[in-house]
Design a protein around this ligand. Structure first.
Ligand code: HEM
Ligand code: HEM
Length: 172
């Protein structure tokens, strides 16, 4: 079976673990915390990991552009296109989430508060951000969750139907 290079496999799984952690902790914990100074530690971790994910996204896109083209899975032209667009949209939405996060944090002065000890009240609510960037960040993270669920469901359904362990393509 054709396989992704070791480097692409390593990046895929490190990226997947970080994204899952930041999506779940962001959506379930961070967004539920009251906006007081106790939140600064969690915001620091969120922002650092979010920036790391965004850097990895660009490295991964660069590596993918050098990677020999993989033969698509034999699923029929319709599903082949869905898989191709699912992968492209995951990359695109990851960039949107990262950039909107940076803009949201900058417009609410979070950088100085979280990293440089500036003593100021944390934003009162999401409206203290650039509303557009904060809104885009929240909506894009939901879209990312949907794309990832679709990605994993697609792989599981392929394995059940075709009875072939497609995970080997993304393993060492
Ligand atoms: C946060 C979670 C995840 C993200 C963001 C993600 C993203 C991606 C992307 C973008 C690709 C396409 C790689 C490329 O061609 O550049 C891919 C491929 C793949 N992923 Fe994931 N993935 C995630 C989780 C998972 C999980 C949990 C599984 C296992 C069930 C999985 C299994 C695979 C496999 C087998 C491929 C290769 C598919 C093929 O050969 O066409 N991924 N993933
Ligand atoms: C690319 C990876 C990232 C993911 C997956 C992610 C995910 C999330 C999620 C799920 C939320 C909760 C949204 C909601 O309210 O429903 C959130 C909130 C937030 N994120 Fe991110 N984020 C990422 C990167 C970043 C970056 C790079 C920054 C800043 C530089 C950032 C700053 C924020 C801020 C300020 C909030 C609002 C926290 C609050 O509710 O008070 N994020 N993020």
């Amino acid at each position: 079976m054709e396989k992704y290079s070791k480097c692409m496999v390593r990046i895929h799984w490190i990226h997947a673990a970080l994204i899952t952690f930041v999506l779940l902790s962001g959506g379930l914990i961070l967004s539920e915390m009251p906006n007081n100074t106790d939140k600064i530690g969690s915001l620091k971790i969120h922002i650092l990991l979010g920036l790391l994910i965004t850097v990895i996204t660009f490295v991964r896109l660069f590596k993918a552009s050098k990677h020999p083209e993989m033969k698509p899975l034999e699923v029929g032209t319709g599903r082949e296109q869905i898989i191709k667009w699912n992968h492209r949209l995951i990359y695109l939405v990851l960039i949107i989430v990262g950039l909107s996060g940076v803009i949201a944090a900058n417009t609410s002065g979070l950088g100085d508060i979280v990293f440089f000890g500036k003593e100021a009240a944390l934003y009162a609510d999401a409206t203290s951000f650039s509303k557009l960037a904060g809104g885009v960040h929240a909506v894009a993270t939901k879209l990312l969750m949907f794309l990832i669920v679709m990605h994993v469901a697609g792989i599981v359904s392929y394995m059940l139907k075709i009875k072939e362990n497609v995970l080997k393509r993304m393993w060492f």
